[in-house]
Design a protein around this ligand. Structure first.
Ligand code: APR
Length: 255
């Protein structure tokens, strides 16, 4: 996008957000693309073109053959997680929250980078791939313990009871965590601006949250590389990278 038109879009977005009193962010894989974590669809890596989500990301397949998930995790996902650090877009949202402007980050991401960047109120709709639990005794474990267990056996077993472990993420075919979803619905419903960053907005019920904001009179701003189904109804669409746009947006809001 030509620099001039990008600048004018960012300053328009800053004007809309500056006046907001209950702003929330809604993020997807695109915000972590600049941290080296590939997206599922669109620009930024398209994980799904390489690994079959119907296998590694589906609860029925996980129950049938958990080793497939754990091999994907060991050979692919862990390498992203190990190297990934928050980028300037995550940091910009954390700064916006600490300035009191941003009330919550509603995220579809499972990488934990918002928290690592300093965001305090992060509503993880799809869980967190750095957290695991035993399917028998429900004990919760972190990445370090599970990584060690994974070197010893695949699939990894619970150090407490020997049961089968699973990632604390929402796989396809599962419901979203009720409490988190309820909080996210309330945050979206009462928001006067919802800033979507790096999401294709095609996976529901998450993708319905920005619509909820608009239905209750709030404004939708989308920062995304490529099209989304809500581009036509958004107050403003900025088709550019999150790490380029967000620091400028937050900087202009502070002026
Ligand atoms: N800045 C902004 N947007 C970007 C960037 C970037 N640097 N790089 C890529 N994008 C865009 C892509 O073009 C795409 O439109 O981010 C979007 C990411 O879309 P998806 O990969 O579909 O990610 P997301 O919307 O989070 O997916 C939702 O689907 O696979 C399931 O559970 C998974 O939470 C995930 C859900």
């Amino acid at each position: 996008m030509a620099d001039k038109s990008l600048q004018s879009l960012i300053s328009r977005a800053a004007g809309l957000c500056r006046g907001a009193e209950r702003m929330v962010a809604f993020t997807g894989a695109g915000i972590s693309a600049d941290s080296g974590i590939p997206t599922y669809r669109g620009a930024g890596g398209g994980l799904w073109s390489k690994y079959d989500p119907d296998k590694y990301a589906n609860i029925n397949y996980f129950r049938k053959d958990p080793s497939y998930y754990w091999r994907f995790f060991r050979d692919v996902r862990h390498s992203f997680l190990d190297a990934a650090r928050p980028n300037t877009a995550h940091e910009a949202l954390a700064q916006l929250e600490s300035s009191g402007k941003l009330k919550a980050v509603i995220t579809q991401n499972i990488d934990g980078l918002h928290q690592e960047a300093g965001s305090a109120r992060v509503l993880e709709l799809h869980g967190n791939t750095r957290r695991f639990l035993c399917q028998q005794c429900a004990t919760v474990f972190g990445l370090t313990v599970v990584w060690e267990r994974l070197q010893a056996s695949l699939p990894p077993t619970c150090p407490e009871c020997g049961g089968e472990l699973r990632p604390d993420v929402v796989l396809f075919g599962e419901m979203l965590p009720e409490t988190v979803l309820r909080e996210a619905v309330e945050a979206a419903r009462t928001a006067d601006v919802i800033l979507v960053v790096g999401s294709s907005l095609v996976v529901h019920p998450a993708a319905g949250l920005p619509v909820l904001t608009m239905e209750h009179g709030g404004r939708l701003i989308i920062v995304n590389v490529g099209e989304t189904p809500l581009d036509g109804v958004a107050t403003l669409k900025i088709d550019a990278g999150a790490a380029e746009v967000l620091p400028q947006l937050v900087g202009l809001m502070a002026q």
